[in-house]
Design a protein around this ligand. Sequence first.
Ligand code: SAH
Length: 360
Amino acid sequence: MDIETNNLQKTKPVIKGYTLKELKDYFSSVGEKRFRGEQVFNWFYRHLIDSYNDMQNLPKPLREKLADATGEINTLKLVSRTTSKESGTIKYLFETSDGFKIESVIIPEYKRTTLCVSTQVGCPLDCKFCATGLMGYRRNLTSGEIFDQYKFATKDYEGRQIKNIVYMGMGEPLLNFTETVRSLNIFAENLTPELRLRRITVSTVGIASKIIELANLDLKVNIAFSLHSCFEDIRSRLIPINNKYSLKENIDAIRYYTKKTRTRITFEYVMIDGINDREEDYYTLLKLCKSLPCKINVIPFNSLEHMNPQGFSAELRPSPPERIEPFVQALRDKNITVTVRYTAGIDIAAACGQLAILEN
Ligand code: SAH
């Protein structure tokens, strides 16, 4: 599996998605002043404009040259926007220039609206509890396409209120490492007063070598690790790639990450009836949590019924609330920070693990 490619035919360079340094390098490579890179960076990522014609501090001949020599600034087309009546969650459906559909979700919360972005069209992993895995994998998104999800959402959602970004939509960000890191480098430039890397979370199933690589880049972004079970064999059944990148290897990488970046790791834990909500699951989870700086994000399992799952996937059921509550309380009693991600957006299939597009 070639994990770092996308199939876009690049006739012209698509500079939307370039980092500040890459834009400066681009302008010097085409015989222009490097500061033009900074100007274009601001137009792309702070002013969120879609046309070179609107770049007022660029001379007209340069605007024309750029429009002619580079690819489209607007990398995504909005197809539809669905709002959940229950929670106010908004799901955007976008189309890429080569005709694939991807989704992003806005989760409005009091004072801290969160945007959930996709990093791949579909997903190459086949986690048994996740709808995206069931739809298969098409290609990696470019950093421009990752950024443009934010651009659309920001313009659409009452001005600039997005304060958190989670890389938790479709796809596995660390299997699209280059473009994910490029997009993080764009956000690292403090585009708005509120949005800092500290408010951005990359969620991963755990690609140990990439966690170490990310730590060494010193980006100080938060990592959420999709743990779901502390037992190698159970985790491998749920998340088959655990056979390749084991829990042990990932926990070692995470320990390194927390030390190097001085961040706390978030363990995501989807509660599945009889699979990871037993007494022994509680004790192993507690032991793990006591061993490194972390918090737990418990997620009630969202149904995959809209995907007509087969085999093991079809057997999975959410843990009943009467089991989730004491499990969470017992962890809190031992001073572990636990948040429960109350599910938002089920009525529009926008909740965790429900994003999937069948016509791609
Ligand atoms: N590939 C990344 C990011 C995408 S999933 C990852 O696996 O972390 C974002 C989160 O939603 C993950 O923690 C994932 O395990 C969780 N998730 C997937 N399917 C789910 C479901 N059916 N119900 C609840 N959470 C789910």
